[in-house]
Write a protein that binds this ligand. Sequence first.
Ligand code: AMP
Length: 212
Amino acid sequence: MNLVLFGPPGVGKGTQGMRLAEEFGLAHLATGDILRAAVRDGTGYGIQAKAFMDEGKLVPDDIVVGMIEERIEGAGTGFLLDGFPRNVAQAKALQSMLARHGMHIDRVVFMHAPEDALIERLSGRLICRACGFSFHRQYSPPRVAGRCDRCGGELYQRDDDREDVIAERLKVYRAQTEPLLAYYQGSSGFRQVDAAGEMPVVYAALKQAVEG
Ligand code: AMP
C-alpha cells in the first residue's frame, strides 16, 4: 500500500504518520525529516536547503523530488509520504516517477484542523532528536522533562516552530500546498479526515480512511 498524507503544518502528519507506517509496515518518508538530517550532516543538499527551511519557505522542487525518488525505489512493502508533495509541481513529478516505476498511490488523505489549533500545537511542540517522536509541553508532556518516553533521547524545539516562522509556514501552506486539494479531490483514493480532536480519535479516523 502506498499513501500520501497531506495537510497544514501542525495537523499531525508526522505523529500519526509514524504510527500508521508502523502498523501497516510502510516506509515513513517525511521530506522534512530527511531534509533536517541532511542539514545536520552538512551534506550539499542540506547546506542548500537550510536557508529556505529557516525562513519557513519551501526548498526547491528538484532537491526534494530527487530525495523522494531515491527512497521510493527502495520501499519494498509500500510507503507513506508525509510532507510531500507540497505543491502541484511536486504532485505531477510524483505521478510521473511512480508511472516510471510501475507504482501507484492507493490513498491520498487530507488532514485538516482550525488554524488556532495548528499554531498552538506547533508552538508547544517538542521533538526527540533520536527517534523523531513528538510531544507537547502542555497537551502531551514527556514523563521526564526533556527526555523522550520512547527512547530516552533528548527533546528539542525545532527552529522553525518559532512564532514568526510558523506564520510564514502557514502562509506558504495556503498559497502553495492547499491547491493540492483541487488536484487530488476528484480521484477515487482521496479521503478527508478531521484532525482537530485528540490523538487516538484522529488515529481511528485515519485508519478508517486508509482501509475503507
Ligand atoms: P516539515 O517537517 O514537513 O514541517 O518540513 C519542514 C521544512 O522542510 C518546510 O518548512 C520546508 O522548508 C521543508 N520541506 C519539507 N518538505 C518539503 C517539500 N516537499 N518541498 C519543499 N520543502 C519542503
